[in-house]
Design a protein around this ligand. Structure first.
Ligand SMILES: Cc1ncc(COP(=O)(O)O)c(C=O)c1O
Length: 405
């Protein structure tokens, strides 16, 4: 039975007890994570991102621990997304060169005998920013060409960051995100380029699966870091655009912990809550959000759930939250001006919404019954992923400063 809360800020929460109807796919397992991490570890500059424990905040909010996996420190990328793009491009290149991805090292791939083939290979993608930056960066690692298309309204700062990250040619289109994805696909067909898209399309699931597998590095690192502290997460809050990242990470933890899986909440912007709406419709199918919805959470502004991870999100998450932009802004400020003794974390709009959600859930009297339904209490060990830093620095400054004035 679904149950719904709505508070006066406009936060909506849907409870849909995990029913575990579908089998977990075997692509988001520990073994898959190890293979992926093995590639990432060979990239220059690799180190696990920090797992920050916000003890003063946890104390104030009445839980045991709040851990934040800080992906703003991922390589030089200020976001987690490059994990997915780099792994998927590696897999595509192994196919192009007929190499076995399980035994091929990065060093093997970069051997001089493949240099010309790599140079001729062209990747194309559509992005709101973070994914494109990762693809551009990976293009410089592999020595390939990259074309990036961005939806209308994309911040110039994000386009510039993609150009700086690597060889990408970047164009801001006059189309919305979904249309820009279709355009990137058209360009890939027309020119024989490799589409490297984090969204699933009809007949296009192999590359998105590799991209999602690429994200497992951060889940595996987080689990190992928690284990070294003798902790296990009881609750995970995952932000979602198409839900590829959230579904992959949930798949990993559900696989790893099996029946002892943490309670998982999927968090989306209220204007683009396609997963929330799809779960609420309760007919098992995905439901898209049409038109040009706006949210400051640019990375989460996606109207159609990812078909690979949708069954995992539907059957293995317990709660879904739809949050107005003010929740993301609150999370950014919470990270930027932490409680005394806690570390500062730089977090952008899409990265911070789960922090905003948790801190409001645990402090607003109106949401007490929802927090109780989630079994959030003194024994809770909460895990969040700060999926981006200040990827739009102008917006970051404005939002974080608005608080201190
Ligand atoms: C910073 C950030 N967080 C989270 C996400 C959500 O990822 P997904 O679209 O896989 O749900 C994105 C996607 O671009 C992102 O940029």
């Amino acid at each position: 039975m679904n149950y719904e809360w709505e508070d006066s800020m406009g936060i909506r929460i849907l409870a849909s007890p995990a029913q575990m109807k579908s089998d977990l796919p075997d692509c988001f397992t520990q073994a898959a994570a190890m293979q992926v991490q093995n590639l990432h570890m060979q990239i220059e500059g690799y180190k696990p991102t920090p797992l920050v424990s916000l003890d003063a905040l946890a104390e104030e909010l009445g839980v045991k621990k709040i851990f934040v996996k800080d992906e703003s420190k991922r390589f030089s990328l200020n976001a987690f997304k490059g994990l997915g793009g780099s792994y998927a491009m590696f897999r595509v290149l192994c196919e192009v060169l007929s190499l076995n991805p399980e035994t091929t090292t990065l060093h093997d791939l970069l051997d001089s005998r493949y240099k010309d083939r790599l140079k001729e290979t062209v990747f194309v993608t559509a992005t709101d920013g973070n994914h494109g930056r990762g693809i551009s960066w990976a293009g410089s690692i592999f020595g390939c060409q990259v074309h990036v298309y961005m939806p209308k309204g994309s911040a110039q700062a994000r386009a510039d960051a993609i150009r700086r990250a690597g060889p990408a040619e970047v164009i801001i289109t006059d189309m919305n995100y979904d249309r820009t994805v279709e355009y990137a696909m058209e360009m890939s067909r027309k020119n024989g380029w490799h589409l490297i898209q984090d969204t699933t399309l009809e007949g296009y699931e192999k590359v998105p699966t590799w991209i999602i597998q690429g994200y497992l590095t951060m889940a595996n690192e987080a689990r190992e870091q928690l284990e070294s502290l003798n902790e296990k997460p009881t609750h995970i809050f995952l932000q979602a655009g198409v839900g590829a990242m959230a579904g992959g990470i949930l798949g990993y933890f559900a696989n790893f912990y099996s029946q002892n899986k943490p309670i998982v909440t999927v968090v989306e912007p209220d204007t683009v809550n396609c997963i929330y709406r799809s779960v609420k419709a309760n007919d098992g199918r995905i439901h898209s959000i049409e038109g040009d919805p706006f949210t400051i959470m640019a990375g989460l502004n996606c109207g159609t759930p990812c078909t690979i991870t949708w069954p995992i999100l539907r059957d293995y998450a317990e709660f879904y939250m739809a949050c107005p932009d003010s929740v993301a802004a609150h999370g950014m400020r919470q990270y930027a001006a932490p409680k005394k003794g806690d570390e500062v974390i730089i977090s952008g709009e899409s990265g911070a919404v789960t922090m905003g959600a948790v801190s409001l859930l645990l402090s607003r009297p109106e949401l007490l019954s929802a927090a109780k339904a989630m079994k959030l209490d003194r024994n809770s060990v909460i895990l969040l992923f700060n999926t981006e830093g200040d990827t739009d620095p102008f917006s970051y400054e404005k939002i974080v400063k608005a608080y201190s004035n």
